[in-house]
Design a protein around this ligand. Structure first.
Ligand SMILES: O=C(O)CCC(=O)C(=O)O
Ligand SMILES: [Fe+2]
Length: 290
């Protein structure tokens, strides 16, 4: 299909666009470039009516963005296509906590793209938040503080899988600054004391999850949705009982860039029951593969 037919319409004030008049099985180079630029401009794209897109075509389309990720903890579609993972609501494939995917590794995916295989008639929507806006709408002093702090992210399934990233990142493609912490995987701000870290992270989650920064997608059969996993958060609303299944591809990218920490980690504190409680609160996080 020629790129002149591509139609891109914004779907909310904060992020997201619907891309129509395109068949993801047949994309020429010019159309692909328009889609990539639209993704980085709108952070989240919806491609309706991709009824003929099979897992092979889905993976082929996504591989144009870069090397595909094989997720360590998610079910794989098949031995031949381990890059397509299966999120089945009946076997734990639910993610009803705000997050960005797999931030607990050195190089978290830059793009995530699920396709709805089946889902409930109503409900099972997915919410998104724009983390450029979250950054921009912090006060100058708080932005400056965060700029000097790194954040620890750890897997909810294997706590030995963890990585430290800047809490403010410079986006690898746009160069814009984004807040880079999420409720599911970020466990501490490393240069603060545990109590300080808890309070500040709680504030940052509440701030970034506010409705003004977000939008909500109601899925229809044939929908493919794609997001910028460095500049957007998402939340899969868990309000349904019917079976729901997604096939998902993710794209590898560089390690998140940002300024180095400006301070040392605080000296080890005296054992305090309060600090222990705060440190342990991470254990109550549900095991979600993200
Ligand atoms: O179930 C959804 O809508 C999204 C699930 C999710 O978190 C993901 O695909 O990364
Ligand atoms: Fe996710």
């Amino acid at each position: 299909m020629s790129c002149s037919n591509l139609k891109i319409e914004r779907i909310s004030h904060s992020l997201g666009a619907r891309v129509s008049n395109v068949d993801l099985n047949h994309i020429d180079d010019a159309t692909f470039e328009l889609i990539r630029e639209a993704l980085y401009e709108h952070l989240m794209l919806v491609f309706p009516d991709q009824h003929d897109l099979e897992p092979e075509g889905h993976a082929r389309f996504m591989a144009r963005f870069g090397e595909l990720v094989v997720h360590a903890h998610a079910d794989q579609y098949s031995d031949a296509l381990p890059q397509v993972c299966v999120l089945n609501s009946e076997t734990g494939g639910r993610a009803d906590v705000w997050h960005s995917d797999v931030t607990y590794i050195e190089k978290p995916p830059i793009i995530t793209c699920p396709r709805l295989v089946y889902g409930p008639e109503v409900g099972g929507e997915t919410m998104f938040a724009n983390m450029y806006l979250a950054y921009e709408q912090l006060s100058q002093p708080l932005r400056e503080l965060l700029d000097g702090l790194s954040a620890l992210h750890s897997s909810t399934i294997d706590p030995d899988m963890c990585w430290e990233h800047p809490s403010i990142i410079d986006h690898h493609h746009t160069g814009k600054r984004a807040l880079y912490v999420n409720r599911l995987f970020t466990t501490s701000l490393r240069q603060l004391r545990p109590e300080e870290s808890r309070v500040l992270l709680d504030y940052l989650y509440q701030h970034s999850e506010q409705p003004e920064f977000g939008t909500r997608h109601r899925w229809s059969k044939g929908d493919v949705v794609m997001w910028d996993n460095r500049a957007a958060l998402h939340y899969a609303v868990g309000d349904y009982d019917e079976p729901r299944m997604l096939h998902r591809c993710m794209v590898h990218g560089p390690a998140p860039r940002g300024n180095p920490p400006r301070w040392q980690r605080p000296a080890k504190m005296r054992a305090s029951s309060k600090a222990g409680l705060i440190a342990r609160s991470g254990e109550s996080r549900e095991a979600i593969s993200g």
